[in-house]
Ligand binder design. Structure first.
Ligand SMILES: [Zn+2]
Ligand SMILES: [Zn+2]
Length: 94
């Protein structure tokens, strides 16, 4: 399935704007497939993805920040409630 982002139009790193990008599933682990279905993906450069300690897979603050921003966008984009989000992803981040 083609991965897309409901949070970003341009394929640029969400953190620094670099155009060399990976696609990251915001709710990874057991929610990875749902992230892909819902477009809960962000574009990140290798450094801000998983190639350095600044990367979202290692930087908990960045991970949580993007999870929050994506949840807010998901609620708006799909016109859903926080309860709907919890049902789908198991947790509320905002
Ligand atoms: Zn970056
Ligand atoms: Zn990732």
């Amino acid at each position: 399935m083609n991965r897309f982002s409901i949070l970003q139009d341009k394929k640029q790193c969400y953190v620094c704007g670099s155009s060399i990008i990976h696609t990251h599933e915001v709710y990874y682990g057991k929610n990875r497939k749902k992230s892909i279905e819902d477009g809960c993906c962000v574009y990140l450069c290798p450094r801000h993805h998983n190639m350095s300690n600044d990367g979202i897979h290692f930087n908990k603050d960045l991970d949580l920040k993007v999870k929050k921003e994506m949840e807010k966008r998901w609620l708006e984009y799909y016109n859903k409630t926080i309860d709907d989000f919890i049902k789908r992803y198991g947790k509320n981040y905002i």
